[in-house]
Write a protein that binds this ligand. Structure first.
Ligand SMILES: *Cc1c(COP(=O)(O)O)cnc(C)c1O
Length: 488
């Protein structure tokens, strides 16, 4: 703590000294009735830290002469600072956000929303569960055996494995097949994924040497063939998930790679990224299909659990038993294995895919297949209510929205939005008030309007969205500034 020393205190103006002396003692604040509910929520130790931070801040402001207080209000300012800090802590908890961005797989918003059935199954294993136990025999079983069985059936593969995410799946696949050896990859597939991570760096971290072939725009089968040698461990194909190459381009398909003359011990790995299992051409979308890759004979096919597969975060590996077993036995597997709730979630998501009810039950597909009429109706209904019951100006507009989350680059779906203007706030202020509201809403700011896209709003959230919009318009600016402004 930053207490002024005796010598400096003696040089302070008397008024400042008096203000400093009026700062309440920690023991007094700990038992302050206004802080009793915070005390019982966070406990003694946490409240003490909040008290120290608040009094330190006020002390510094007093010393800097930045504060307009008299000794009788210092205590209240302290209490209010602590209350504001508590509200800010609650707001920063991980919690639900209404996604009005129109981006269905929004990485910042947790990618794929989960089906109700999936969530239920995940919560059912919160206590103890048969993660590694065969209940019939009472013996230890493989971890999450049922989930891997279903994944194999769903994709037509011999075997499957679940790890933390697709980046982990590629690391594990390369570590198990190509450590100390070369991995052949096309120059057109050296992708940077989100968060500044470059797949080539992820690959290198697994101990393989990348051997780049072809050029940025064109790579041929014979480029791969020429590169194959004694030191080759794997041939890796990576889907360009977040950008597209157009024009004078060429690249072998996975079928083309399967025709290469490769030694037995070289694995052909296909990182398809999004794990799409369907033909989405009816929506005007094209994305590599994990089943097709398996059918073409790839040794290992890798994809994310939380992109177009529509499940919880996971990395899914499917392919030939021989190779999947090698990955399962690799020491790195132990560092990448998932917990019981992820396994239950993947299992339940597989069951939905297998039942053919993904469009009804997986929110991602329900939203993708919402019709223009349905979206327009929702936009108009919300507009009418806002116009009738709030001071907000709203109109329904047609816009395009994206799937996002490192899938389908360049593709959009037509959608309907409610374009909103506030009477009392700028668009940026309105967007902020919505984000810090409860529930939080993330909209899209475009052309100085706040757009709420109807496609990415989950069923059952429309009422909440209406309430959140009304509350944001009434929201006072000073409420939202947190710790800094609370003392003023
Ligand atoms: C998204 C993606 C990854 C990373 O997947 P995570 O599950 O986020 O780790 C890797 N490769 C490709 C081709 C992808 O599209």
């Amino acid at each position: 703590m930053n207490r002024p020393g005796k010598r400096s205190e003696s040089t302070l103006a008397p008024a400042t000294r008096e203000l400093l002396r009026s700062l309440p003692a920690a023991t007094e604040l700990l038992s302050a009735p206004e802080l009793a509910s915070i005390h019982s929520a966070v406990g003694h130790g946490e409240l003490l830290i909040m008290i120290q931070m608040a009094t330190d801040r006020l002390r510094q402001e007093i010393l800097a002469g930045k504060i307009d207080l008299d000794p009788t209000t210092v205590r209240n300012a302290c209490v209010e600072t602590i209350q504001a800090a508590h509200r800010e802590n609650l707001r920063r908890r991980l919690g639900p956000v209404i996604n009005a961005t129109g981006i269905l797989l929004h990485t910042n918003l947790g990618r794929s929303p989960l089906a109700a059935k999936v969530l239920e199954r995940m919560s059912q294993v919160g206590g103890y569960a048969n993660v590694e136990l065969d209940l019939a025999s009472g013996r230890r079983s493989g971890r999450g055996e049922r989930a891997t069985e279903l994944l194999a059936r769903l994709t037509g593969a011999e075997a499957a494995l679940v790890v933390n995410n697709c980046a982990a799946a590629t690391m594990l696949a390369l570590a198990a097949t190509s450590t100390g050896r070369e991995t052949i990859i096309s120059r057109s597939q050296l992708v940077e994924i989100g968060g500044g991570f470059r797949l080539p760096d992820v690959f290198a971290a697994s101990g393989t040497q990348l051997k780049e072939v072809g050029t940025t725009n064109r790579t041929y089968q014979h480029d791969y063939q020429r590169a194959i040698g004694e030191t080759t461990g794997a041939i890796l194909r990576v889907h360009r998930s977040n950008f597209s190459l157009e024009g004078f381009v060429a690249e072998p398909t996975i079928e083309g790679l399967m025709q290469l003359d490769t030694p037995e011990d070289v694995a052909i790995i296909d990182d398809v990224g999004s794990g799409c299992l369907y033909d989405l051409s009816g929506l005007g979308l094209t994305e590599p299909n994990a089943k097709e890759s398996v059918a073409a004979g790839a040794d290992l096919v890798l994809f994310s659990g939380d992109k177009l597969f529509g499940g919880p975060q996971a990395g899914i590996v499917v392919g030939k038993s021989r190779w999947v077993d090698t990955l399962r036995a690799h020491p790195m597997m132990r560092a990448m294995r998932v917990d019981k709730s992820t396994l239950a979630g993947i299992e339940a998501t597989c069951e939905i895919h297998l039942s053919g009810r993904h469009r009804e039950e997986l929110p991602l597909y329900t939203m993708m297949y919402r019709s223009q009429d349905q979206l327009r109706e929702r936009a108009e209904f919300l507009c009418n209510r806002l116009s009738a019951e709030s001071p907000l100006q709203a109109k329904a507009v047609q816009r395009q929205c994206a799937i996002g989350g490192g899938t389908l680059p360049g593709f959009t779906l037509p959608s309907w939005c409610v374009s909103i203007r506030s009477q009392s706030k700028s668009t940026t202020e309105l967007a902020r008030a919505l984000r810090i509201g409860a529930p939080a809403v993330q909209g899209r700011v475009q052309e100085d309007q706040l757009l709420c896209d109807m496609r990415s709003i989950l069923d059952g959230q429309f009422e909440e969205l209406f309430d959140a919009l009304c509350a944001a318009e009434c929201h006072r600016k000073t409420d939202s500034q947190g710790l800094l402004d609370a003392s003023h």
